[in-house]
Design a protein around this ligand. Sequence first.
Ligand code: ME8
Length: 650
Amino acid sequence: MEKKSFYITTPIYYPSDKLHIGHTYCTVATDAIARYKRMRGYDVMFLTGTDEHGQKIEEKAKEAGVSPQAFVDRIVTGEKGVKDLWKLMNISNDRFIRTTDDYHVASIQRIFRRMYEKGDIYKGAYKGKYCTPCESFWTESQLVDGKCPDCGREVHDAEEEAYFFRLSKYAKPVQELLESGTFLEPASRVNEMINNFIKPGLEDLCVSRTSFSWGVPVDFDPGHVVYVWVDALSNYITALGYLNDKYDDYARYWPADVHIVGKEIVRFHSIIWPAMLMSLGEPLPKKVYGHGWLVINGGKMSKSKGNVVDPYVLADMFGVDALRFFLLRTFPFGSDGNFSNELLISTINTDLANDLGNLVSRTTAMVEKYFGGKLIAEREEADGDAELIALTAKVRAAYAEQMDAFQLHLALEEVFSLIQRANKYIDETAPWVLARDESKKPRLASVMYNLLESLRVALVLLTPFMPETVGKALSQIGADESERSWDSTERFGVLPAEVQVHRGETLFPRLDMAKALAELEEREKAANGPQIKVEPVLPEVSIDDFARSDLRVCKVLKCEAVKKSKKLLRFELDDGTGTPRQILSGIHEFYEPEALVGKTVVAIVNLPPRKMMGLESCGMLLSAVREVDGKEELHLLMLDDSVPAGAKLC
Ligand code: ME8
């Protein structure tokens, strides 16, 4: 029988900075759902990727002094970049799209043209506030005190030619879509969309810009680039081969079963995206699920607030699976969750070390101790077994229901109710008492078997959340491949009667809260390194302009503090001309004058002379200056003493 398809996506990430734990949360959640669906026998397509165009990226690249493509390449494919992070987090995406991929760019041009030819895109004028020095358009609401939010300078009214998408035309069908069935979940987001965006009136959307160039060019009107959201949203179909030859899966997977997205981009996915698809005459996705944010002390993580949490540090210290588990067990998927290191450590201790880890280690230890690792075939059932067996079946069914509704934390809650019940079953049956009496061996074997079986079912259900560790635990309890599938959990009693356990390493060691917090702080500090403020690269100068600066090697003949000045040092330098040169330099707070005599330094010698504290300075010494952790550091440029005075720098 042909498998049913299941197409699931995450948002494609802006590679404007390194990804943090909030991004990781979304992708790990999507991964758990994708793994669950595969386990249930679906033909899954799980797509993620990066959204690489737009003004923000163009500006960041400029600041970094590299091309936009080089800038995004570093964040997407470079060390500890997006792709590395997903590999580390064991993300099982089937495809990874970059919006700078050629096939995607070509599809976007065709999509734009199709909507234009249909009459849904037309040419108009984009009105806004323009900051001339920054060459940026702003909307009224983006201004800060009526000024440019980037440079704080005056802005003026301006217009630029732009294309518009007739979003207004689709207001009614989009509203009907939002109100019908379960297109948008959680249901609370539906009213938010209707009241905040549809009811006030949907305006046509500006879908091209001419004031920057890092985007997909409109092929029939070159100076325009396609609005980044039109480009980004379309990734969900271009990655399947829509209007391109790269892939051929559109018929197989579209419409998507679910787009998993963060709450702030629900608007784009539940209003603009369906309207675009209606315009293209394509089927609509079956569902958009808007998850909440991970917040810190109630506020969103952001680099400017300095409160972003680095997933690399957490995964390295606690393990990938513990981190995946924590994210999905702790925070209800549809709501915001307050992230803290304390919560992470206590969840690992309570659920993983105490409940799950203990159950695995106690059970395997007892099978080893009482049966040499291999159970005997004779069994003796007793009252109390039926309840554990019935609970196992109930948990499996409830888990499936919650997973199908993307209530990942509730699905885990179910599994843990079984794990806790199994731990209690150990206390109730007291195997150590049964073990004292040889005639109770069949009963003891039965208790052990029931524990292994309920544990096996719990572990299979945990597989989408912690694939690595669960695999190890299933090996410890002697489950082979055929005893790890979803179908194998339908029935209690699948493990062979004489199952062989292999006690192994402790899966989740208990953590000491204070020690773990202190170590984490150290690791975070080490990972961040000193905060060095990097100045943006200045605009280009010609080689001729540069060559007009006369930079020379000088030897320090004399150096002394200038009287009544805290900062100034007076240098007498041999610049190779035979006449000593006097230069004043404000570096006393960084150097004692005696220490500099005899050093080989570099000066620019063709600056106009300048008077300071009554003394003439003929040039300037070169230093390397940087701000580290908010404090200025200065290093006078010094060369090897073998370089002679008067040598020119070029
Ligand atoms: O929005 N907690 O990209 P993005 C939970 N390129 N989720 C968070 C989060 C947090 N603290 N911070 C960010 C974009 N996210 C677009 C998407 S899709 C066609 C284009 C989530 O890198 C955020 O909600 O800014 C969003 O869903 C995702 O990370 C990507 O954010």
